[in-house]
Design a protein around this ligand. Structure first.
Ligand SMILES: Nc1ncnc2c1ncn2[C@@H]1O[C@H](COP(=O)(O)OP(=O)(O)OP(=O)(O)O)[C@@H](O)[C@H]1O
Ligand SMILES: [Mg+2]
Length: 283
């Protein structure tokens, strides 16, 4: 079993009278990506703030790398990386000098900067002042900065929101490589496709509560009550068949007669699971 890097136990959070997190429980292991999915206001950023020691929970316990969140101090930043927004970049310094500055503090060799810049497609922009980067470039810069020192745990708050598909892909590729290297990644997103592709486990958060938890496949199958099959026949015609005995018999006869060119089961997506569970779409 891989090492446990994050644990949430009965975490709740109130702001005054308002309860924004209710009894959250979750575990994240080494080499895994956990996605916190939910509409705006669900409590995703609040959860990250609690796990990184920026906010205190009202009740419950949480641990990052075995350290209780209430005991977290700056020394943990040697072992974790956090990206919640694009702040903390020196706008007048170039991309490279921004990274060099942090690399020096963190004791990271220069080759690591070049390697990461190449991996996210920022190498050709390394001499640009950070203040002149586009949104997607700036987002990649803060991500590179967060992983420069090879942290064991990485927190990402909507790392690809508002990015074009190809920049989002660059970021997905880097995250998959970092997971391979053993990093544990705690990610929040509104993007169900991203979650399905990247996450080992997802927690669906609604009004501060985890309403579903599992692998993306498990969740989709759990809600796959109305299974349907899309069939392309060898004569080019198409059929949509259900689970009724009549349809299943027909499908079986077609298969035996070798008349089926392709057969797809139509499973629900995480998006439709979320709609079913919460009764509302993602913001
Ligand atoms: N410092 C605060 N004081 C009072 N209420 C707060 C505070 N921070 C967050 N909230 C409230 O807590 C709830 C959850 O906010 P949070 O930022 O965690 O949501 P989120 O899931 O990250 O949303 P989004 O997708 O819009 O980023 C919201 O209703 C928000 O208004
Ligand atoms: Mg948020």
């Amino acid at each position: 079993m891989a090492k446990e890097y994050i644990r949430l136990e009965h975490i709740s959070k109130k702001f005054g009278e308002a309860t924004v997190l209710r009894d959250l429980n979750a575990v994240l292991h080494r080499g895994e990506i956990l996605g916190f999915l939910g509409p705006s206001g669900a409590g995703k950023t609040t959860t990250i703030k609690i796990l990184t020691g920026q906010l205190k929970p009202t009740s419950g316990d949480a641990y990052v790398l075995g350290i209780h969140v209430e005991k977290i101090d700056e020394t943990i930043y040697e072992q974790i990386g956090v990206v919640t927004d694009q702040s903390g970049v020196y706008e007048r310094l170039t991309v490279y000098d921004n990274l060099k500055f942090f690399a020096r503090i963190l004791g990271v060799p220069g080759e690591r900067i070049e390697e990461l810049l190449k991996r996210v497609g920022l190498y050709e922009h390394r001499k640009k002042p950070a203040g002149k980067l586009s949104k997607g470039q700036a987002q990649r810069l803060v991500l590179v900065r967060a992983v420069l020192h090879r942290p064991r745990v990485l927190f990402l708050d909507e790392p690809t929101s508002g990015l074009d598909p190809s920049t989002a892909l660059d970021i997905h590729r880097l995250l998959e490589e970092l997971r391979e290297e053993g990093m544990a990644i705690f990610l929040t997103t509104h993007n169900m496709e991203e979650a399905t592709k990247l996450c080992d486990h997802v927690a669906l958060l609604n009004d501060g509560q985890i309403v579903e938890y599992g692998t993306p496949e498990e969740l989709c199958l759990r809600y796959n009550q109305d299974k349907r099959y899309r069939v392309l026949l060898s004569d080019g015609s198409r059929l949509l068949l259900g689970q009724e005995a009549e349809d299943v018999g027909r499908l079986s006869r077609l298969l035996q007669a070798n008349q089926v060119n392709s057969l797809h089961s139509c499973e629900p997506t995480l998006e439709s699971v979320f709609l079913t569970v919460t009764g509302r779409a993602l913001g």
